[in-house]
Design a binder for this molecule. Structure first.
Ligand SMILES: [Zn+2]
Length: 338
């Protein structure tokens, strides 16, 4: 049974952060080039040992993320990051990549959020042409900042709807700032035709997932795994068809679950919830997209037909146009038929 190549399984990648997607060798390169100090956790002790089960651990994660982001201050660095992210996805059978970025964290280096967003979109188009992986962009607001900032970002995202931006997200520590405060921002994004894909149910429990559904009109939820703490919510997710972007490697690294086997991937799947596997931040967690599928196979005993279904759910949960979806779904059928 099984042992078809996971690399050859066509899939969509729906949960990957911009700086977090960077190759480890690239952060080393760029830091050296620009004389930026890197802590050992990003050099010799990589990948870092993290645990964000408490606020201190989350702070450590954020601090490392911010240091890594500081190498992304030039146009060539941004272009390199997007090209390499697409190349790495291509090597793992990903055909459609939605990369998530908060432009406010980079704006100062590029003359503002609009200029940075245009650079990212142009780099994404080049990466698409060079690799064959179609790269789309999700603009994400930071939930630890003022909701007005999120609204400004939503208006920016709305401007580029249909021109490379496909969704609007909300990231950072969900224990700080309830998602409901950001409802207006999500309304702006939704009206422009962008899907709503906030993080929830990672560092907080099921109630946080419910808020994403009720107040933000979530089409997908980043993580959402802790929905299992409320079985009625699991039923609701299954009925609604909302996709959870489940990132087992990330959950384990951040201490959301103590072991990979504890990530409720099997439970959600068996309950009929749509699940799309994602890598989140390979730079900080040391595991990429293909590793998540390997975890499903090796730790959660997904059979090849079940792995094919995970890939189908990633495609169905994506914003890929109908033609791309049909083609990918056909290729997934061919993978399982082989
Ligand atoms: Zn994330």
């Amino acid at each position: 049974m099984g042992l078809r190549s996971l690399r050859e399984l066509p899939k969509a990648h729906l949960h990957l952060h911009f700086t977090g997607s960077m190759r480890h060798s690239t952060v080393i390169d760029l830091a050296q080039e620009r004389g930026i100090w890197l802590p050992d956790a990003l050099k010799h002790q990589w990948p870092p040992v993290l645990s964000a089960a408490d606020e201190k651990g989350w702070f450590r994660f954020q601090r490392l993320y911010d240091i890594a982001r500081s190498v992304m201050s030039t146009e060539s660095a941004v272009r390199r990051l997007l090209l390499e992210a697409a190349e790495d996805d291509a090597a793992e059978g990903s055909r459609w990549l939605e990369i998530q970025v908060d432009p406010s964290g980079y704006a100062a280096w590029f003359g503002g959020m609009t200029a940075f967003t245009e650079l990212v979109l142009d780099a994404a188009r080049h990466a698409t042409t060079s690799t064959g992986v179609q790269v789309a962009v999700v603009i994400a607001a930071n939930r630890t900042r003022h909701p007005l900032e999120a609204r400004a970002l939503a208006r920016l995202a709305a401007q580029y709807a249909g021109r490379g931006v496909v969704g609007f997200g909300l990231s950072n520590d969900e224990r700080r700032g309830g998602a409901g405060d950001f409802a207006r921002a999500f309304t702006i994004a939704n009206r422009a035709g962008l899907i709503s894909t906030p993080h929830g149910g990672e560092l907080s429990g099921a109630a946080s997932v419910a808020t994403c559904l009720d107040d933000l009109g979530a089409h997908r939820i980043g993580h959402g795994v802790r929905a299992v703490e409320d079985h009625r919510l699991v039923d609701r997710l299954a009925e609604s068809g909302v996709t959870l972007e489940v990132c087992p490697g990330s959950n384990m690294s951040l201490g959301v679950y103590a072991q990979l086997a504890d990530v409720p991937l099997r439970r959600l799947f068996d309950a009929g919830v749509s699940v799309a596997l994602g890598a989140d931040d390979p730079l900080l967690f040391g595991s990429r997209l293909i590793d998540q599928y390997a975890i499903a196979r090796d730790v959660h005993y997904f059979s090849d037909p079940e792995l094919a279904e995970l890939a189908r759910m990633s495609v169905r949960g994506s914003t890929a146009p109908e033609l791309v979806r049909t083609q990918l779904l056909d290729e997934i059928d061919a993978w399982i038929a082989a």
